[in-house]
Design a protein around this ligand. Sequence first.
Ligand code: SF4
Length: 338
Amino acid sequence: MTSASPPGRIIVRAPNWLGDAALSLCAVRDVRKNFPEARIEVVARPWVADLYRAVREIDGVREASRFTDFVAAARGFDVAILLPNSFGSALQVVMARVPERWGYAGDGRRPLLTRKASVPPGVRSENETFRYRALLAGVGLRVSGALNLRLRCPDEWKARAAVLLAGNERWIGLNPGASFGCAKRWLPERYAEVGDALAARLSASVAIVGSAAERSLGESIAERMSVETRLLCGRTDLAELVGVLSSLCFFVTNDSGPMHVAAALDVPLVAIFGPTDWRETAPFSQRSRLVREPVECAPCKLRRCPIDHRCMKSVSVERVLGAADSLLSEIVRMEGVM
Ligand code: SF4
């Protein structure tokens, strides 16, 4: 690549968390708009890689787990665009001999980058998607005015989800876990109550999603519920999870990766926030409602609550159902059906 010629091969290093990956989709599409002719690939951790396989602007997805995998995956590219801020992600593309390395200049990696961006003060406390856009703008790329974070579920993933959801047509989803830590979890008995109430209102069954580690949490909720539930914790890979989420008529969730994926799929949802910063990680969707109580210690961003978990305990079932009702009424008003 000379200074005059556009790059032929671009590798985008994906964020490590599912939620951040969902919020990066707009930036990835903007990379494509800047370089319509380039081969653009994404290198990602295995647990987020599939998300990028559903994005048609991307030509290929490489999975990497170890440091050396990332180095190997980046070899032969002209440009690396680094969405994570870590020193290690910059060092990997230096070791892969990628000539152009673009990213934020934090974490001591300024000398490793050939184009460096700084986080503008205005986006420091905003949704992560704005940080990714500001990164692109900061390294001299154009960013689109309209934010496109939409995710289209491939038909094959929907078909796999249909097997998991066989027997019923209409489903709401509950996502009571949060891999970051238990401080982000709303109370299981309240999830059960909300699940029963919403299932009755929407004539739906309830799917409980989550990881294998969250299975006992899911069981404790299912045991309390009176409507039909299907426990999917640990039974879905990412493609199936996307398929399940895209099949839901409503979703109730903690602040988590599945929340951002459901928002990208335009699934109506209520998100319950406690210790995390609602300005940075709110679901990016018009068809969402965020519920939180303004306790004085939030956002603490801790994995475990050091006091009495008042941020979550003070969120009542009535508030969550009220938010759901308000959103459902708005959807009916705007779209005529639910
Ligand atoms: S310290 Fe406050 S904000 Fe943090 S988890 Fe505990 S109650 Fe929630």
